[in-house]
Ligand binder design. Structure first.
Ligand code: NBP
Length: 498
């Protein structure tokens, strides 16, 4: 009797890998698993849940054995740490991603032409660009896919953002779309579709994470203003976020924020959120998005400010010291109508969120142009509609905006978002003004408003910057009253002064 062959192999049995495997089996696929530390293969297969899957699940104790158990063309998914310290600098543009390179190198001699390797980790897109091209030369098809939604998403339905070699997509499409989250009136639209060539999937996943940074910072701004300007309790904050979650802000992150305010610390009986050290961690995808925005010259200020906000939060000891040296408004409270102000904070949050998403889509469009991908922004918005951390009702509106105008250059120009931001702007300005007056930092709200004001300004003070550059460095300038291809220089020292 011939040995059973499995639909897909997965390497990397940490939290994401295990849950994806169980999800695949639940959707009818036969899966073979492997892990570098092979005892984890046995431990996993010995769990009650894995045992309940019967012969739909099998283990391997080497990559060779894993490969031997797969149907042809073989599909092997890697869910391994994307930032490992294994040094392989001659291969990796980003040496922290070298673990994936090491495994690929081991796999190449074991695979046949047309087999597929899939990297589901949070990999820097330039590594995925490089690996796709390299493996194409070896006859192997490569996919770099974003996987979002954490442990729960992996188990019940993640948002998947695959890119790479387009010839690989038909081979994994059924598995990927089956296991992904579903949205739509009949809950049958998969939050997974082909994103584009080479590193496009990992780029979009990175922007997803950057937008997540922005969302989290904006929600934290709202929390901090409500708590400090109005002195609200956690119960009151819970009620406000519960209300907001029934509105246009309806989203996973608002929902979990609401719930966080209800949890007490088992040790002290006090609200747990107040016991948590105010020093935010980060794994780096927000920083990548910000760095790559700088490379492209696009203003993704929300994610950048959110990264900086985490950085300054992490300087806890320095802040404690500075708080004793530097003064500001002391315990000042908002004096106006409380309920009206809460409504204004909600509008400030919504308008800022729109700016944040507008920036994310602008960055993806600029990256697509730079790296030669064809991105469908409406489709991307839909992929984020379910299964991932930034899932939100509002993404439907983004999809509609790009459906109406696939070449939309900025979400702020789409009628729905233009009306929303213009309708919110008086409230938004009042919230920012109040935060400034009371000395409450609101980095997300303020940077979003600055972006909005800059973007809608026909003229900015950059004329003065150009004059300064020409004054000290003869960098030349262009004139508003002359053709754009003409450059001018002035001898600023000897010129006649008025
Ligand atoms: P981790 O990121 O903690 O990685 C642990 C896995 O990587 C283990 O299976 C480990 O094997 C394996 N591994 C390491 Br570490 N170095 C390796 C190497 N040099 N060669 C082969 N395998 C190696 O697991 P995770 O949190 O499940 O995440 C997996 C991937 O999914 C990561 O890239 C992560 O960025 C991405 N991701 C995670 C989440 C999330 O919410 N956690 C969400 C979305 C995407 P071992 O058992 O032998 O140490």
């Amino acid at each position: 009797m011939s040995e059973k062959k499995y639909d897909i192999g997965l390497m990397g049995l940490a939290v994401m890998g295990q849950n994806l495997v169980l999800n695949m089996v639940d959707h009818g696929f036969d899966v073979a698993v492997f892990n570098r530390t092979t005892s984890k293969v046995d431990d996993f297969l010995a769990t009650e849940e894995a045992k309940s899957k019967g012969d739909k699940l099998t283990g391997a104790h080497s990559l060779k054995e894993l490969v031997s158990k797969l149907k042809s063309p073989r599909k092997i998914m890697l869910m391994i740490k994307s930032k490992d310290a294994v040094p392989a600098p001659e291969l990796a543009l980003y040496p922290e991603n070298a673990a994936v390179d090491a495994v690929i190198n081991e796999l190449i001699p074991l695979l046949d032409d047309g087999d597929v390797i899939i990297d589901g980790g949070n990999t820097q897109f330039k590594d995925t660009e490089r690996r796709t091209k390299f493996l194409q030369q070896c006859g192997i098809r490569y996919i770099g896919t974003g996987v979002s939604g954490g442990e729960e998403g992996a188990r019940r339905g993640p948002s998947l953002m695959p890119g790479g070699d387009p010839e690989a997509w038909p081979l994994v499409k059924d598995i990927f779309q089956a296991i992904s989250a579903k949205v739509g009136p009949n809950n049958d639209i998969p939050c997974c579709d082909w994103i584009g060539d080479r590193g496009a999937g990992h780029y979009v996943k990175m922007v997803h994470n950057g937008v997540e940074y922005g969302d989290m910072q904006l929600i934290s701004d709202a929390y901090w203003i409500l708590k400090n300007a109005l002195g609200l309790s956690n119960q009151e904050l819970y009620e406000i976020f519960a209300e907001w979650n029934k509105s246009e802000l309806d989203s996973y992150l608002i929902e979990i924020t609401r719930d966080i305010f209800t949890v007490d610390d088992p040790e002290t009986g006090e609200p747990l959120v107040d016991k948590i050290l105010d020093a935010a961690g980060a794994k780096g995808t927000g920083k990548w998005m910000s760095q790559l925005a700088l490379d492209l010259g696009v203003p993704s200020t929300l994610v950048t400010e959110a990264v900086y906000a985490r950085a300054i939060s992490a300087m806890k000891a320095l802040r404690v010291h500075a708080s004793k040296q530097l003064s500001g408004p002391k315990d000042a409270k908002f004096q106006g109508d409380r309920d009206e102000f809460i409504g204004q904070v909600k509008q400030a949050l919504y308008a800022s969120k729109i700016c944040s998403y507008a920036q994310g889509f602008v960055q993806m469009q600029a990256a697509a142009k730079e790296y030669g991908w064809k991105l469908d922004c409406g489709k991307i918005a839909l992929l984020w509609r379910g299964g991932c951390i930034i899932r939100a009702v509002f993404l439907e509106r983004i999809k509609e905006a790009f459906d109406a105008d696939p070449n939309l250059e900025n979400l702020l120009l789409a009628p729905y978002f233009k009306n929303a931001v213009e309708g919110a702007q008086a409230a938004w300005r009042n919230v920012v003004k109040t935060a400034v007056e009371l000395g409450i930092p609101a980095p997300g709200f303020t940077t979003a408003l600055t972006y909005f004001d800059s973007y809608r300004s026909e003229r900015l003070p950059a004329n003065l910057i150009q004059a300064q550059r020409d004054y000290f460095g003869a960098h030349t300038y262009k004139r508003v009253d002359k053709p754009e291809d003409e450059s001018f220089h002035t001898d600023w020292i000897n010129v006649k002064k008025s």
